[in-house]
Design a protein around this ligand. Structure first.
Ligand code: AMP
Length: 346
């Protein structure tokens, strides 16, 4: 891929997305699945449930395997869609974090349900089970800022670990536009939360599952941005680990289920950083009996269904109950005492 014509800065990437999306779609390499959005209010969140029957025809993606050191690197490369050579009709550009030297490629999502869905992928293989690095957070945040400056609204998300809903083992953050300048549906609830200390994690007590959030009021320089974002993420990750430990111990006591490795979803907006600890990848809907896979988008306020029956099943059960089934119970009572705050809007 020629880097002479590639976008290599966050503003250039942001302005290259639309034309690249049109080109990808016209080429037939980007498969766009039309859908219709149904809104459903649940516990103060205006969930957008996207009905996309065409997804029933989507080719099955390879089963994710999250081991970095399988020993068979050639096989890993063959099954990794994020390794070069990049498809020119999905390629948008590249970013390099000057501070840490980490290099990224920006690719359009090959199987898109929402227009302009793109991915920030590490050029060198890193595992999707590894936590976000400071450079990942900084580059993601710079993309959100560049979009905002250009009058667009984006948010980023990261599905980490086996139960997080990720389908690819090579580290990738994802970006979606939002029509609402407030951001994804969860953002309104987080914005409304009354918190005493803006520089401490807090949780939305109205939600029936663990959620760890930091409000972001970030400096503009790259040098100051990195420690601020990294500090916020580390605090949330610490809480997430503690929550998963409590949930795993509770499950083991009840049914002997010791659980797997650490899984969680991250949502990043200009205003907040969210971490949602996970226990399960999918939930079997009570009404339809189908297993609904959930990733970070569910926690941001977007769910994806493939049939009317599934849509009815999700609305009957309630989106927050679906999320509760795949999330962890809040361990807030055990974490208080210098720990996170609960907002006062339950
Ligand atoms: P996740 O399922 O959260 O791991 O996100 C991976 C994303 O990569 C999915 O949305 C897939 O549609 C997308 N994807 C899969 N294969 C490719 C590919 N060859 N090029 C670009 N995107 C892809």
């Amino acid at each position: 891929m020629s880097s002479a014509t590639a976008a290599t800065s966050p503003p250039a990437i942001v302005s290259a997305i639309r034309p690249a999306f049109e080109k990808g779609k016209a080429s037939g390499d980007l498969l766009f699945f039309p859908s219709e959005v149904h809104t459903h209010k649940d516990l103060g969140i205006d969930f957008e449930i996207r009905l996309c029957p065409a997804l029933l025809q989507k080719p099955p993606l390879p089963t994710p395997h999250f081991e970095v050191a399988t020993g068979d690197h050639e096989k890993e490369k063959r099954t990794d869609p994020f390794q070069p050579p990049y498809n020119p009709n999905l390629y948008v550009g590249e970013l390099k974090d000057e501070e840490e030297g980490t290099e990224y490629v920006v690719l359009l999502n090959k199987y898109s349900v929402v227009e302009e869905h793109f991915l920030l992928v590490t050029k060198e293989f890193q595992s999707q089970t590894s936590p976000l690095e400071p450079s990942d957070l900084v580059q993601a945040y710079l993309l959100l800022r560049a979009a905002n400056k250009a009058g667009n609204h984006l948010f980023a998300f990261y599905n980490c670990g086996e139960q997080s809903g990720a389908s690819q083992a090579h580290k990738h953050l994802q970006f979606l536009p939002t029509a609402d300048e407030d951001g994804p549906p969860i953002e309104r609830l987080a914005k409304a939360a009354r918190i005493d200390k803006a520089d401490k994690p807090f949780a939305l007590s109205a939600l029936p599952f663990a959620n760890h959030i930091r409000r972001l009021a970030l400096p503009t320089t790259r040098a100051e941005l990195e420690p601020a974002l990294a500090q916020a993420f580390v605090e949330l990750l610490d809480l997430c680990i503690s929550t998963v430990r409590h949930a795993t111990a509770a499950a083991a006591a009840v049914d002997g289920d010791a659980g797997g490795g650490l899984s969680y979803n991250v949502v990043l907006t200009l205003g907040h950083l969210y971490v949602f600890p996970r226990r399960r990848e999918s939930h079997r809907l009570a009404v339809s009996g189908e297993a609904l896979s959930v990733n970070a988008l569910g926690f941001a306020g977007y769910l994806l269904v493939k049939s009317d029956a599934e849509l009815r099943a999700v609305t009957a059960e309630g989106p927050t109950n679906v999320l509760k089934a795949v999330a962890c119970a809040s361990a807030h009572d055990l974490q208080v005492g210098g720990g996170p705050e609960f907002d006062g809007i339950a």
